[in-house]
Design a protein around this ligand. Sequence first.
Ligand code: FES
Length: 509
Amino acid sequence: MASLTIHDGNTVRSVTFTPPERLLDLLRGSGVPVNAPCGGMARCNQCKVSVTGALSEPDAAETALIPPGGGIRFACRAAALGDVDVFTNSMAARSVSIQIDGATPPFTVSNGLSGVGAAVDIGTTTIAAYLYAMDDGGRLGAASALNPQGAFGADVISRVQASMDGHADALATLVCGCITQLVESLLARHSLNHNDLTRIVLTGNTAMLTLLCALPTKPLSAMPFRAEHLFGEFRRPDALRLPVSAQVYLPRCVGAYVGADITTAMLAGGLITDGRVHRGKPLMLADIGTNGEIALAAGGALSCCATAAGPAFEGAGISCGMLAEPGAIDRVDWLDGRFQYSTIGGEPARGICGTGLVDTVAAMLDAGMLDESGYLDGGDFTFPGTSVAVTQKDARALQLAKAAIRAGMLTLLSETGLAVGDVDALVVAGGFGSKIRVSSAERIGLLPGGFAAKARAIGNGAGMGAAMALLNDGIRVQSEGVVGAARVVELSTNPVFMDEYVEGMMFEP
Ligand code: FES
């Protein structure tokens, strides 16, 4: 046996293992957060860890990327051969611009609730937790962290695959540990403890809830993409590895790829109101991210769809892409014949996040550097004074991502016999969607023409709707019935979607 010693901030702990073991697997199994967007396939070069000890020699590919002898290795390329020490900062401590604010329509708090409650939005990339006083619905605090399941890949598919490959327990342990840590930190701020916590609502997409409960993910992995569990139920906290005695509620999912996060976002966005589908002029909701989930409330009926946009909006697969962290270029304008940009935190530019990429492409169109077909005249563009570039390949990746979202919106409208002009408002939920500049989104054709003026951002709608379900029993119960009656429009075989997708590749409103 050998030992892995984990130095995480001020804490040190050790676990034993049988060498040799791939470092990434060892760290995953030990609950050490590692950023591994490609899921350990040695493709993303993001899984650098600070490590010393008995390790395999770096191969030529690794040596070409990391100078040897500096104590930095790619976790998926290195093998632990004996005792090793790893030095990490918990992912929860990473400074990431996570959307935790949000708005709800007015709602009442149910009578007779007591103690404090937590609403948690388990996003594929980030987790946001909110603490509330149950008697009056006052928000006591909010906290967020990166989803530590990122150690098994950035996207849902990688994690579903990892679960099928025997890592279901590890995935569940990681997310439950993160939720516990976030909720404990919120309780501690108010000198409260587990006993004060009476209810938790955990929302998330269908895969996230399935992984949380360590349920089989195979039905989610291949056509026809079914979900065996759509939730809308209470679960025992100990079965979820949560060290609390509170009631734990998981809202109802709409389908395999339209999850409980969309259910709760529809509550916050007003698509479900007073226990039924919004009755006024049509409302559309879009949660734009790696997966774009879209819902439409029209004529007293609810229809939804999901479209795979890929990770470009989160900066993954983009040559200088990064999450919305300090140093990410997030705003770009073409003004007075030159590019002007800002970075998160005002720090020196070290990459570009999704909102910056959308802005850059819009600015390139304004500058005449990029044509509507996506051809980058003059080659790759580097922001002056930086090493941050946007390449032809990046423009193509954005083309695919934005075409998928746009086509999803237009298909949903077509399926209900409506046009953009019939929609009263586009409710935009989610971190990326809430921060995107809608004028740029329309300029590049991510939003169909006419939608920018109708857009209304609600921030973390999933988290806010979870809070509504936490604090109002009627909202919680009635949402299950409304969502159960929603129509899911399957896009992969829909001819309208195919046509709109191809047409939507053009960079035009
Ligand atoms: S290169 Fe992607 S996880 Fe190691």
